[in-house]
Design a protein around this ligand. Structure first.
Ligand code: HEM
Length: 390
């Protein structure tokens, strides 16, 4: 993903989290009954994600001396509530000191929770879910139209080594962990909407706790698989002129031709770089979620993007906002990866005759290899000084 695209994605993300696009303006309402303080309607409107004009309280912090309790201890007022103090805390005008020494200790009020929650329960589940169902439907239609991609003229019967055991181990470590992370991640994200109504809260609580535990621990296997496959295959995935030819020919998928390719064709390189770059990003945001408040990265990233693209992303974020961004970004990236990987799984199994053997047995039929990776076969044969082995 180039920087401009990444910047645009983050601008959309920042807008969604801090200022939901779908929010309608709430009517100002009559606050005379509360002496100018917020009304029940204001609270309800905020929970409904309506935009509330906050100026009636953000511009009403009272006496600045009173509103900045830099030396006073909170809680010494007994039953008395000092609204000026709480408004000052809410709008970050109070110099708060606490005895707790955790990274987020000085944030007493952070009101990004509802927008984050609504974004997660609403558009994220809806569009993410639709993307998964969409790619499955698209592949089903593709299968009906194109059918299984066969080896022209049938298999040769002799084979050639495609992946060594260590490469297959790396692939299956990555693949197995990714699938487990995808399933447990979806259970965590969608459970409240889809599983609690079916399983009930008690059974779901057990499932959710198990999913979270698995998700947090399997993540390490995924990262190891990512490093292994990256280091073993990056040399074969450097883009070159051939890739452009392959893309122009649409991979030969519809014309039923076989554009020349080395070890990996352009389609596979796209999968490789999607998995590596998004895998890196999903791992980083995942680590940031795994160690709350210890790895803030969005304010810094937004700052860099602002300086490069001249955008106006928030470069100062409360620790909780960092966590909200990390959570939403982690899910968006995971959905994009899942869509790409579902297509990859299709083409590596039912979609193409002879493909699965590459990762299943490590050896592929020579005719399959000649049709899909002719230049790679020529390289291997030149090195060996002979044809394929059986
Ligand atoms: C059941 C699931 C899967 C199957 C059947 C499968 C199958 C395959 C096959 C057959 C190849 C080798 C293609 C060739 O010989 O050229 C391959 C390569 C690869 N796989 Fe998978 N795979 C699966 C899941 C995954 C997952 C979950 C990931 C990553 C998260 C992944 C990442 C890759 C990458 C990066 C490559 C090398 C580039 C490419 O061929 O596209 N695979 N896979």
């Amino acid at each position: 993903m180039n920087l401009k695209l990444l910047g645009a994605a983050l601008v959309v993300l920042a807008t969604l989290v801090s200022n939901p696009l779908w929010a309608e303006e709430a009517s100002a309402g009559d606050r005379t009954a509360t002496g100018g303080a917020q009304t029940l309607e204001d609270i309800m409107a905020r929970q409904e994600q309506l935009k509330v004009d906050e100026s009636f309280r953000s511009e009403n912090l009272g006496d600045p001396a009173n509103a900045a309790p830099s030396t006073d201890q909170l809680g010494t007022n007994g039953g008395l509530s000092n609204s000026d103090v709480y408004r000052a805390i809410r709008y970050n005008e109070a110099d708060v000191r606490t005895q707790a020494r955790t990274p987020a200790a000085t944030v007493l009020i952070q009101d990004g929770g509802m927008p984050w929650y609504k974004l997660r329960e609403g558009p994220l589940i809806t569009y993410g879910g639709l993307a998964l169902l969409g790619i499955i439907a698209l592949l089903a239609v593709f299968y009906l139209i194109r059918g299984r991609i066969k080896i022209d003229g049938g298999p040769a019967g002799t084979t050639i080594e495609r992946f060594k055991a260590i490469e297959r181990f790396g692939h299956w470590l990555l693949a197995g962990s990714f699938i487990a992370l995808g399933i447990t991640g979806l259970i965590t994200l969608m459970g409240r909407s889809f599983l609690i109504p079916v399983l009930g809260p008690e059974a779901y609580a057990t499932l959710a706790a198990g999913s979270k535990w698995l998700h947090n621990n399997i993540a390490w296997a995924f990262m190891l698989g990512l490093v292994m496959t990256f280091s073993m295959w990056v040399v074969h995935n450097i883009p070159n002129k051939l890739d452009w030819q392959w893309i122009k020919a649409g991979g030969g998928i519809f014309t039923k031709s076989h554009p020349p390719a080395k070890k990996f064709n352009a389609g596979q390189k796209i999968i490789f770089w999607t998995v590596m770059l998004l895998g890196f990003s999903v791992s980083l945001s995942g680590l940031s979620l795994l160690f709350p408040f210890e790895m803030p990265m969005f304010a810094k990233t937004f700052g860099i993007i602002n300086s490069v693209l001249g955008t106006d992303l928030p470069a100062v974020l409360a620790p909780h906002e960092e966590m909200q961004y990390a959570n939403i970004w982690h899910s968006i990236v995971a959905f994009v990866m899942m869509v790409a990987i579902i297509a990859h799984i299709y083409i590596g199994s039912v979609g193409m005759e002879g493909a699965f053997d590459a990762m299943g047995k490590g050896h592929v039929d020579l005719e399959w290899a000649r049709q899909h990776h002719d230049l790679w076969v020529a390289e291997v044969e030149a090195k060996q000084g002979k044809g394929g082995s059986s």
